[in-house]
Design a protein. Structure first.
Ligand SMILES: C[S@@+](CC[C@H](N)C(=O)[O-])C[C@H]1O[C@@H](n2cnc3c(N)ncnc32)[C@H](O)[C@@H]1O
Length: 253
């Protein structure tokens, strides 16, 4: 049976690679490399660096996957579902054509495959279509962990819950029942609309890369600076990935 490794590779620093991930890399016959989004150059660079640095044999092949665009109009969830269906068709074809029975294929996933990444969902759809695949997931260091480490904070306050969410969801307001909220995929700086609430922010962009930027403080005090720094960096590099933790300000402060 064909085997597929889904390997988390960290979020920009090759040193994020775990020993398990490096051992998996060295068993791979074919790397399937999707090209997507504005950050694709950074992603491609990291993948290339990782393959060159950690793979000790030269016997692997690489198959680039040209990812089709998702329809921007219409219902968001229906659009994503339709897009994933097209991706599953594409992956299915490529796995069958490019990977012999008993060979090992791999997909290198930014960060950890379990956090806001659809690779596993799409591969499940490939299996549901009837292609027999043995899937193994190798966890990676995610942007959530790197954000906490760089700011030297724990994500949760004692006994409290943490929510992982998106900028799209945060736009509805700071969620009830959570002391801390980690926000990914926020292209619209949803935090800026919460500045009148008593919140602290721990923000990071390009974490783990040479361009890394960190800012933190009371949201009302630092929101303008974060927005300005973010806009300048995005303009300079042509892309940005940023993440932040918002939490209710420490009542003891
Ligand atoms: C599609 S999600 C992928 C998350 C990834 N699987 C992980 O484990 O971090 C992309 C989002 O992750 C966050 N992200 C990923 N890498 C980052 C980095 N190096 N610095 C800051 N944020 C990052 C950003 O919020 C970005 O919009």
């Amino acid at each position: 049976m064909r085997r597929i490794f889904v390997i988390g590779i960290g979020v920009g620093d090759p040193d994020h690679m775990t020993v398990q991930a490096i051992e998996a890399l060295n068993q791979v016959d074919v790397f399937f490399m999707p090209d997507k989004g504005a950050e694709k150059a950074a992603l491609r660079d990291l993948r290339t660096t990782i393959c060159e640095r950690f793979i000790t044999s030269a016997g692997y092949r690489t198959v680039d996957i040209d990812i089709p665009q998702r329809a921007a109009a219409g219902d968001y969830l229906a659009g994503v579902d339709e897009w994933h269906g097209r991706l599953a068709d594409l992956y299915s074809l490529l796995f069958e054509q490019e990977l012999a029975e008993e060979e090992v294929g791999a997909m290198l996933v930014w960060g950890d495959p379990a956090i806001y990444d659809s690779t596993l969902r799409i591969i499940e759809r490939v299996r549901a279509k009837g292609l027999a695949l043995d899937i193994q997931v190798i966890p990676g260091i995610s942007s959530v962990q790197v954000l906490a480490a760089k700011h030297r904070i724990a994500l949760n306050r004692i006994g409290e819950s943490v929510l992982l969410t998106t900028g799209r969801k945060l736009a509805d307001g700071f969620p009830d029942g959570f002391g801390s909220v980690v926000v990914l995929l926020d292209g619209a700086q949803a935090f800026a609309h919460l500045a009148e609430q008593d919140l602290d922010i721990f923000w990071g962009a390009y974490l783990g890369t040479e361009h890394e930027i960190l800012r933190s403080g009371r949201l009302a005090d630092v929101k303008d600076e974060i927005e300005a720094v973010r806009a300048r960096a995005r303009q300079k590099h042509g892309w940005i990935m940023d993440i932040y933790l918002l939490r209710k300000s420490d009542p003891g402060r």
